[in-house]
Design a protein around this ligand. Structure first.
Ligand code: PAF
Length: 279
């Protein structure tokens, strides 16, 4: 039976009654759950004894107010999905204060990875993500935490935050879950019309073009071609080919560097992101 807690206090009390040697896994979410989220719960189930999930739409990470206001906040279906995926504990705070009330702000310098890509295009976004994830980590105190690699940069930021703050939490990234047609699963997909859903395949098209042509032409030309593909069906913000650890744009291909391509583009009103391992 999944237990649901609405307050920090009740959740902490429950978690403190769990035997020391049991491994606690945690997947923080903002609800509106899909297979991508459920894959985190399943991975956590495989690797841990107790699986904790949180659903909290965190206002501090939205840099556009209407985006926060339009974010779906109906959790009935989410609760059923979590139960069926085998989640043991759900933290479902009633309001923002329940999460933020004991916050002790820390200022962190995580360097380049926080200033590029989403950091550059959504000012303040990662500050909000780090604030809430730190608070949730402090409340749940998991041994392992699970994040989807669709938000690859977020995963790197949180992994680095946990390291810099000496938190004894293993931060793990789980593969992107895609629809059969290749569209990365996202809560935002629910807000796309049928035509927009077709147009959204352009992200996958551009990323595949990058992977298939990498090394066959100059990097700048390749990047420009991928941006051009995106422009046909959407309004792209960026298409970048980066080192997968530092997130610095690559200028030349040197072995044995791991390289990933990242993109953000808007389909109508909806902003989507995606990324792909290139080599
Ligand atoms: O990826 C998300 O859903 C959110 O950014 C997270 C990690 C739950 C923090 O609010």
């Amino acid at each position: 039976m999944m237990k649901i807690f609405k307050t920090q206090r009740a959740l902490k009390e429950h978690l403190s009654s769990i035997e020391e040697e049991l491994v606690v896994g945690f997947a923080p979410t903002m609800g509106s759950l899909h297979e991508g989220h459920l894959s985190l719960i399943r991975e956590s189930k495989k690797r841990c004894d107790i699986v904790v999930c949180s659903i909290f739409v965190n206002p501090t990470q939205f840099n556009v107010v209407s985006d926060f206001e339009n974010y779906p906040k109906d959790y009935f279906e989410d609760i059923e999905l979590l139960k069926s995926a085998g989640c043991d504990v759900l933290f479902l705070p009633n309001d923002v204060d329940e999460v933020y009330k004991n916050e002790k702000k820390v200022s962190l310098d995580l360097g380049n990875i926080i200033n590029v890509l989403e950091g550059e295009h959504r000012p303040g976004h990662f500050d909000g993500v780090m604030r809430v994830v730190k608070l949730l980590f402090d409340i749940v105190q998991p041994d392992k935490a699970f994040f989807g690699l669709k938000d690859f940069q977020q995963f790197l930021v949180i992994q680095k935050m946990a390291k810099v703050l000496n938190m004894e939490i293993e931060v793990l990234g789980c593969d992107i879950v895609r629809e059969e047609n290749g569209l990365a699963m996202s809560s935002r997909n629910k807000r796309l019309s049928n035509t927009e859903l077709k147009n959204a395949l352009v992200l996958q098209k551009a990323l595949n073009h990058c992977k298939n042509n990498f090394g066959k032409m100059g990097l700048q030309d390749l990047q420009a071609e991928c941006f051009g593909i995106l422009q046909k069906e959407s309004e792209p913000e960026y298409f970048e080919i980066c080192d997968a650890e530092s997130l610095s744009p690559i200028t030349e291909v040197s072995e044995p560097q791991k390289i990933r391509a990242f993109t953000a583009t808007s389909i109508g009103e909806i902003r989507l992101i995606d990324n792909m391992e290139i080599v």
